[in-house]
Design a protein around this ligand. Structure first.
Ligand SMILES: [Zn+2]
Length: 385
């Protein structure tokens, strides 16, 4: 199989109604009497030549001196382990094919009946899907499709694997009933949540191009990446997993962190790094000539390093783009709920103040929003290195 195609399948990513991430495969530890044939059969896969070849390809790191199963090792099966959002299989997987959804439901049911799964998927929130069912039904080979980015940007091509194994939580500030700060520009109103969301989506897309697993903590099906100057406001955002964003301020903050921390635990063993980036476009400081504030977690040197790395990268890029403009960034710690409670290495960024005329100039131009997303992505890559 050509390398590009293989990367495309391994990183076959799609909008899980809940999460954007590289697929996790089901793993098994073979018993004494197991062979590849019996493992495939147990998981309802046709033990064909193609499937057996696929199995060894997935487990190429375990092939030493011959393609045979060894006890005490975990093998990957060509079956994805996906998140069930509690609503429906179609919304969980971002698919519209009802027949496929029914097939997946029957598949999981039969695995449960056979005792392969300990709990029904509605309880475990985990759906198993044979990988080839999805690659058959979508254009998974070269580019993965993420409807969350909107029609113009939904196709995402893999550029490299520099962020492979990294789980990144992107947390655009506010959303739902909470628009955040509101700026006035002529007759238009600029809403912080919409701009933070747009920049965060752009960052998510970049991170995916480098092989990261990305979770958008806030999502809005209506709004993909928008190249407009004035981003129309709505309150349709919800939290990952289709949780409504509470009207209650404290509840809103704790829900946000709980969602991330639960996922953090799920990825704790296997992730190479887990990072959370919160993005806001308001600022507590007025009149100071500081462009971007980076806040890190108190007593967490990794968080401080991430904040400094992001600042250095944005600083470098900014200086190249607008020489002599006198850019200034600031890194400090701050007692914020999302920072103090989040388990991943977290940074909270204020990209500017949407109420400030000068800052508005930077945000209403779509290219500028893209540029800052690109730089933050490069900063994350620098940090992970
Ligand atoms: Zn804010």
């Amino acid at each position: 199989m050509p390398a590009g195609l293989r990367a495309g399948i391994i990183l076959f990513l799609f909008w899980a109604g809940a999460a954007l991430h590289a697929q996790e495969y089901v793993t098994v530890s073979p018993g004494k009497s197991d062979g590849v044939y019996t493992l495939l059969k147990r998981y309802g896969l046709p033990p064909s030549k193609v499937m057996i070849a696929r199995f060894w390809e997935l487990n190429s790191d375990l092939v030493r001196g011959g393609e045979y199963l060894r006890l005490g090792f975990e093998y990957k099966l060509p079956v994805y382990k996906l998140y069930y959002d509690g609503a429906s299989i179609r919304s969980s997987l971002g698919i519209s094919d009802l027949a496929l959804a029914r097939r997946i439901e029957a598949y999981n049911h039969s695995l449960y009946e056979a005792g392969v799964l300990a709990a029904p998927f509605k309880k475990s929130r985990e759906l198993l899907v044979p990988a080839y069912w999805l690659s058959e039904s979508s254009a998974a080979a070269e580019a993965a499709s993420f409807p969350i980015f909107g029609p113009a940007y939904q196709s995402v091509k893999q550029k490299d694997q520099s962020l492979k194994g990294c789980v990144i939580y992107l947390d655009p500030g506010h959303g739902g009933p909470d628009p955040g700060a509101i700026g006035q520009r002529g007759r238009d109103r600029l809403y912080e949540d919409e701009y933070a969301y747009d920049i965060t989506l752009r960052l998510a897309r970049r991170l995916l191009e480098h092989g990261a697993s990305v979770y958008m903590v806030v999502q809005d099906e209506d709004d993909g990446i928008r190249d407009l100057a004035i981003l129309k406001h709505d309150d349709h955002e919800y939290y990952l997993g289709r949780l409504p964003i509470s009207r209650d301020h404290l509840r809103r903050l704790s829900d946000r962190v709980d969602i991330v921390n639960n996922l953090y635990e799920r990825h704790r063993k296997k992730a190479r790094q887990q990072i959370m980036v919160t993005i806001h476009l308001d600022s507590r400081s007025h009149g100071k000539r500081i462009d971007i504030f980076y806040y890190y977690q108190a007593n967490n040197p990794k968080s401080k390093k991430l904040a400094n790395t992001l600042l250095a990268k944005v600083d470098e890029k900014y200086a190249a783009k607008q020489p002599g403009r006198g850019y200034e960034g600031s890194v400090s710690t701050r007692d914020l709920h999302v920072l103090s409670e989040a388990k991943p290495v977290a940074v909270y960024i204020e990209l500017g103040n949407i109420r400030n005329k000068k800052d508005q100039d930077r945000f209403i131009i779509a290219d500028n929003r893209q540029a800052v997303a690109n730089w933050l992505c490069e900063g994350v890559i620098d940090y992970v290195k």
